[in-house]
Design a protein around this ligand. Structure first.
Ligand code: 2P0
Length: 321
């Protein structure tokens, strides 16, 4: 009986933003994330007697243009492990776009784990992280639960994620504020490439991340919530400064994004624990404590009518079900 692999999404507190090798998805810097319990992808791989892979996402057959990235990835896996089998992939995404999270992290982590299971590759979690990274950089981190660091490395074998604390006893929750507005989408892949190429601040980003990674790991070890919040927010804002300072300049922020950042600053002045982090999109994720979260949620929903909020807590690594 082939088991289904389940991988959860993660939110980067220290962001991955820029590759030194596009093909292998080798990043310029380490990054550090928190795996979340609320959203995940379930994927099963079945060997089929055919010379092409077929991919079902949420019970719908993907056509060739939609799943080019997945088909290329399966080809990469075949080359890595020198086998020729083709697969039927059945993947169900429990990461609704309305929740404001990208599904590529959980998607490629679940796919790597599913192939490991079906082909009985017996990969270690480190090897699985390397394999997931080849699908999508942030997927390397979704192999583990809790706090996870992706070590940049210098080649395919040395770029993988490691667990920092898989079951941290720490009072942190995440409130995702989803802006119900569709702005033109610049993919992370393109956005980070443009930032590396043309932001005059890119070298500073590399230096900044190296010190912020050290600081946040220390703050995690000491359970210093305020430090974790401050470093995370500063890192996210610095990442978005790279997009604004790119040539041509671009931004993922919508007007509501700025408004939410201001509301978070107001909440802090009122003494509540709330820090912002933002990925390659307009939605804001607010780092809260269990105590501050309901108050932050009520305040944000009162101030802004056209937003949806979703709560997530710390989640586990890869599971087989
Ligand atoms: C992160 N992001 O660390 C950063 C922060 C978005 C902003 O990783 O090109 O989909 O497939 O490696 O993993 C999103 O980028 O990009 C991402 P590819 P990916 O979570």
């Amino acid at each position: 009986m082939t088991r289904t692999a389940r991988a959860y999404t993660n939110i980067a507190l220290i962001k991955y933003w820029g590759k030194k090798n596009q093909q292998l998805k080798l990043p310029y810097t380490n990054s550090l994330s928190l795996t979340l319990d609320r959203f995940y992808t379930d994927t099963k791989a079945t060997i089929i007697n055919a010379d092409k892979d077929i991919v079902y996402l949420n019970d719908k057959l993907l056509d060739n243009t939609q799943n080019k990235r997945i088909l290329n990835y399966l080809e990469t896996i075949r080359n890595f492990y020198s086998f020729s089998d083709h697969f039927q992939i059945d993947s169900v995404n429990h990461v609704p776009t309305s929740a404001g999270f990208a599904s590529s992290a959980s998607g490629f982590a679940a796919l790597a784990a599913a192939i490991n299971e079906t082909k009985k590759l017996n990969l270690s979690r480190r090897e699985m992280s390397i394999l997931a990274r080849n699908g999508s950089g942030s997927a390397s981190r979704s192999i583990y639960g809790g706090f996870v660091e992706w070590q940049a490395g210098h080649d395919n074998a040395s770029s993988f994620a490691v667990p920092i604390d898989e079951t941290p006893d720490i009072d942190l929750s995440l409130l995702s504020v989803v802006i119900n507005q569709h702005s033109k989408k610049i993919s992370s892949t393109v956005g980070m490439e443009n930032s590396v190429k043309s932001s005059p601040f890119y070298p500073n980003w590399v230096t900044l991340v190296s010190s912020e990674i050290k600081e946040i790991k220390q703050a995690i070890a000491q359970k210093d919530l305020q430090k974790i919040g401050e470093i995370s927010e500063h890192n996210a804002m610095s990442m978005h400064a790279l997009t604004l300072s790119a040539d041509p300049s671009f931004t993922y922020f919508a007007p509501e994004t700025i408004r939410i950042i201001q509301l978070i600053q107001e909440l802090r002045r009122k003494g509540l624990f709330a820090y912002a982090t933002i990925d390659a999109g307009p939605n804001v994720k607010i780092i809260c404590t269990k105590e501050s979260l309901p108050k932050v949620q009520t305040y944000i929903e009162q101030q802004l009518s056209d937003v949806t909020t979703v709560v997530a807590n710390i989640g586990p690594g890869i599971q087989y079900i």
